[in-house]
Design a protein around this ligand. Structure first.
Ligand code: SAH
Length: 249
């Protein structure tokens, strides 16, 4: 009896050792896989940035931020691998919304020229990716999202990435964020049919706003505010999700 018991015990030690070896090997394999995966993602990100360069994005700071920010992390897990997160296309993020195409993110960012010390208002937080790019460039970012689940997801990814210069609000972007105005720049990433008046009011003198405007046929519009005058320039055709009206308007 005692021998059997001790036999069991003695036998259990090499068996545990074997299991441990298997566990260590599995952990090493996982580590190797995740290193390879993150090297692949970095490679994909470099590929994306090279493409942006070829498409005419020239601002090295913007390209640097796009090379730095892990775009895939901003896409909620259940949607992350439905489309290549580093391809030059929009990707679904749930609730019928999308993370914008990298070229559009880079282009719109270039147009508002975010920099340390500048206050930027974004309407349509979505995944939080555009906000991360603005924050990476040193701007103080205020971003508003109307779908609470998306706002929460974006806020938690941005926090996990260590950004202290992004402030996420769940609410209706048509109202802007008057408490923090005036903003040096406003970037709207959903399409209203008319330029929202509150956003123009909350833009600082000398400030720039970029937004997609229209229903089915949309164009990017750049608005420059000087003293009491506003200059509006039409830019390229685009396709964004609509800017919906909140209940309280
Ligand atoms: N900038 C985002 C892309 C967002 S897609 C990114 O980097 O991922 C557009 C977003 O605008 C959607 O999440 C949509 O819910 C939001 N939206 C639509 N109407 C809005 C409104 N009135 N106020 C705030 N957000 C709005």
């Amino acid at each position: 009896m005692r021998q059997a018991v001790s036999g069991q015990k003695v036998g259990a030690i090499p068996a545990m050792g074997g299991k441990r070896i298997v566990l260590v090997a599995a952990a090493l394999a996982l580590l190797a896989w995740s290193c390879a995966a993150s090297a692949n993602l970095e490679e994909s990100r470099r590929g994306m940035v090279n493409l942006l360069r070829r498409y005419g994005i020239a601002d090295e700071d913007v390209l640097g931020a796009m090379a730095e920010v892990p775009r895939h992390l901003y896409i909620p897990e259940e949607y992350r691998w439905l489309r290549d997160p580093y391809g030059d296309h929009a990707c679904p993020i749930g609730h019928g919304q999308t993370i914008s195409q990298p070229y559009i993110v880079a282009y719109m960012t270039e147009q508002i020229d975010p920099a340390p010390g500048k206050k930027v208002l974004e309407i349509g937080t979505g995944s939080g990716y555009q906000a991360a790019i603005l924050a990476e460039l040193g701007a103080e970012v205020y971003t508003i999202e109307i779908i609470p689940e998306l706002a929460e997801h974006a806020d938690s990814v941005l926090e996990s990435q260590g950004y202290e210069n992004v402030h996420v609000l769940t609410g209706d972007g048509y109202l802007g964020w008057p408490e923090h105005s005036p903003f040096d720049a406003v970037i709207v990433t959903c399409a209203p049919e008319e330029i929202p008046r509150a956003l123009v009011e909350q833009l600082a003198d000398g400030g720039r706003m970029i937004l997609p405007l229209g229903d089915r046929l949309q164009r990017l519009v750049i608005l420059e505010k000087e003293a009491d005058s506003v200059r509006v320039t039409e830019d390229m055709p685009v396709r964004f999700v609509p800017m919906v009206h909140g209940e309280e308007e």
